[in-house]
Design a protein around this ligand. Structure first.
Ligand code: GCV
Length: 703
């Protein structure tokens, strides 16, 4: 009896393990295509992979196609030199091919002839992206309808920024520790580096910054550069270039040069030599990302120089090697009377046109700091002579870490589609970023990575979709959030139509639900000081005024919100007149931005017909109810989802519900003290007191 039980238990475990999906394979699952007809059709069409090139990137493409086709179609296929055989999948670099005219270097054409498939591009990278596009089509279970299909990326540099530290921690990382095992490098190459590169290449990401922008100078030492080289060697065959964040005081820290003044010849010489050394080790090194004079980091202003002086000194060290300097605009002085909203503009706008030709300025999507909703950053459209790179945050610092489900594609698109009116209607942020509005050849979009050592890479399985969405939008920002969600679900979770529809709806609503139970109507920056997922609207003291909550919400007996009109900080004046008109009037300002720009009386009637207080407090209740709705919707997917993923997401949704209740009760009770109004019907007053909530939040904040 005992023996039988053990056998049964072992069998159960084997079945469970065979079925369990730990999320490691992301959207790169090459399991047998469920659609038999399609499988047979492709099987007839693809017998071999042919390539005339030994280029390592082409070889990567061929190997990936081989693995994909074998897994998806269940058919062994070989790779061999070009022979022009029937039913071959041919990979070719052909820069003069007429079909490629007008496409970017990374673009590609897939041609379906009677007897062959042909993936052609101007560069090996293009062939790689074409190969992944073909695999994507197979994975989502669709046939190519056109006989000729082409794509071309809109942005040149599609990069991840890792905020990883030498000791393996990740600033604002919620998925374990760093992927980079610095101590083991360069001798040990974790196979995970290759899978990371595959995932990036599959969505068009072609550059990575390995380390935190709050940078340790250690990364520039010889000891670390050989480690960086080892990673660059792994990533190169996937078309990915490596960049480093640097510490501006490195000459001082590493070599005791008495200054780090960018106009001091000793400093200029130091950076030139260091840069030459880097290129002697990594010949295709991408360049530097710099956070300077921000949140305590050193920079050129320490010597009375400008950001442009600092950037240009580095740019000239990089220029002979065709390297780039990416200079961040995330700066803000601690001025209790000022408005942080305006700080970056104040520093950078006067520098427009003063940056070297191999420099870009990287701007966060909004003026404060990756809040769940921000108006677009006023520098977009205001620095026409400077290529501006976009910085989005994939890691969910202000979006519930890895216990909340927030699909970020709608957030990214909202910003990219915003109209700056810089050159009249249609001057969208996307057109600023891709260089088309002001004729810049350089263009870049960066995402602060959400990856870590967790087996499923991103902690919350659903956060994989944010990595995926970032890559897809950097490639083509015209894709809709719905398209991206559907692609991701079909490749990563299930192709069962009803489940796809349920999950897609959850994804598309998730960001708005998060906004509702945390910061509705344009409220912002009321989270805890250290641990940014909880509410702490009562936070009034911090090392800096602009790190408190009261600086932003300005609640009083009259109303709520930050007046940024001409009667207040006048930050609105940084935008084009059309934008000012859109947001400037509290009666007509779209509700999602209302409290960003106006101090609104509690009793003011909004377009919904409710007063501010009623609308504001109701949103919290609706938000919590929506999380409960997410939980019940998720239950419906159970028969169609891997059980390990199903249970994990179910658990995280339960945590999200608990956190949503905390946000609701904390904010409603806190702001009610100012509004002095009852909770609107039919909602019940929270059963907990504000003091009880404060205690809970204190525990979260590790105080
Ligand atoms: C890397 C916010 C984050 C910091 C981050 C900073 C930045 O302030 O809380 O952790 O530092 O942004 O983007 O530089």
């Amino acid at each position: 009896m005992k023996k039988k039980f053990v056998i049964l238990l072992t069998l159960c475990l084997v079945v469970h393990l065979a079925w369990a999906d730990d999320g490691y394979r992301l959207w790169l699952k090459y399991d047998l295509l469920p659609n038999a007809a399609l499988r047979e059709q492709y099987k007839r069409q693809i017998n071999t992979i042919e390539t005339a090139s030994n280029d390592p990137i082409i070889q990567t493409a061929a190997r990936e196609l081989q693995a994909g086709v074998q897994g998806l179609l269940g058919k062994n296929i070989t790779i061999h030199a070009a022979k022009g055989e029937k039913s071959a999948l041919v990979l070719a670099v052909n820069p003069t091919d007429k079909a490629l005219q007008g496409l970017a270097d990374d673009g590609f054409v897939i041609v379906q002839r009677k007897q062959q498939w042909l993936i052609t591009a101007k560069t090996a990278n293009g062939v790689l992206y074409g190969s992944f596009a073909l695999l994507r089509q197979l994975k989502v279970g669709e046939a190519f309808k056109q006989t000729s299909y082409s794509e071309s990326p809109k942005i040149r540099l599609r990069m991840l920024n890792h905020w990883d530290n030498p000791l393996g921690t990740i600033e604002r990382g919620y998925a374990g520790s760093s992927l980079w095992k610095w101590y083991e490098l360069p001798e040990v190459i974790d196979p995970r580096y290759i899978d990371y590169a595959r995932a990036n290449a599959s969505i068009g990401i072609n550059a990575v910054v390995l380390n935190n922008v709050n940078a340790s100078a250690r990364f520039l030492t010889k000891e670390y550069l050989v480690k960086v080289k080892a990673l660059a060697d792994v990533f190169r065959p996937y078309g990915i270039k490596v960049f480093l964040s640097l510490n501006f005081a490195s000459p001082k820290i590493l070599d005791k040069i008495p200054s780090s003044d960018p106009l001091d010849n000793r400093v200029v010489e130091w950076w030139k030599n260091k840069t030459d050394e880097i290129y002697s080790i990594i010949p295709d090194f991408g360049g530097y990302l710099v956070k300077a004079n921000s949140e305590g980091e050193p920079g050129p202003q320490d010597y009375g120089r400008t950001h442009a002086d600092g950037a240009n000194m580095l740019a000239s060290a990089l220029a002979p090697h065709k390297g780039l300097v990416i200079w961040r605009a995330f700066v803000y002085a601690a001025d209790p009377k000022g408005d942080r909203f305006k700080e970056a503009y104040k520093d950078f706008k006067p520098l427009d046109g003063k940056f070297a030709s191999n420099a870009l300025v990287q701007v966060k999507n909004g003026p404060i700091d990756f809040q769940s909703r921000e108006p677009f950053h006023p520098l977009f459209g205001n620095m026409p002579q400077t290529p501006l790179a976009m910085e989005f945050q994939l890691t969910q610092e202000y979006l519930g870490f890895s216990t909340n489900w927030v699909f970020e594609a709608p957030l990214f698109k909202e910003c990219l589609e915003s109209d700056t009116y810089a050159k009249g209607k249609g001057s969208t942020v996307a057109k600023v970023i891709d260089g088309s509005l002001d004729n810049h050849a350089l263009s870049a979009m960066a995402g602060v990575a959400n990856t870590g050592s967790d087996r499923n890479w991103t902690g919350h399985t659903m956060a994989q979709a944010n990595w995926y969405a970032f890559g897809r939008l950097a490639w083509n920002y015209d894709l809709t959030s719905a398209q991206i969600a559907e692609e991701w679900i079909k490749q990563s979770l299930t192709q069962q139509p009803q489940a796809v529809a349920v999950i897609a709806e959850l994804m598309l609503k998730s960001r708005e639900i998060y906004v509702d139970f945390t910061t509705p109507l344009g409220l912002h920056h009321v989270m805890g000081q250290n641990i940014h997922f909880g509410a702490e609207p009562w936070l009034e003291k911090s090392a800096r005024p602009d790190w408190t909550a009261i600086y932003y919400h300005r609640a009083d007996s009259v109303g709520l919100g930050f007046d940024r009109t001409s009667k207040g900080s006048n930050a609105l004046s940084l935008y084009a007149p059309e934008v000012q008109q859109l947001w400037g009037n509290p009666q007509s300002c779209p509700l999602p931005y209302l409290l960003w720009f106006h101090h609104v009386p509690w009793t003011q009637k909004l377009s919904t017909g409710n007063t501010l207080w009623d609308e504001f407090s109701s949103r919290y209740y609706k938000g919590v109810a929506s999380v409960a709705w997410m939980q019940s919707q998720w239950e419906q997917t159970k028969p169609y989802i891997d059980q390990a993923i199903f249970s994990d997401v179910k658990g995280r949704l339960a945590v999200q519900h608990r956190e949503a209740l905390n946000w609701r009760d904390a904010c409603v009770l806190y702001f009610q003290q100012y509004a002095k109004k009852p909770i609107p019907k039919p909602y019940e007053k929270p059963t907990r007191t504000l003091d009880e909530l404060k205690k809970i939040v204190e525990i979260y904040q590790l105080k």
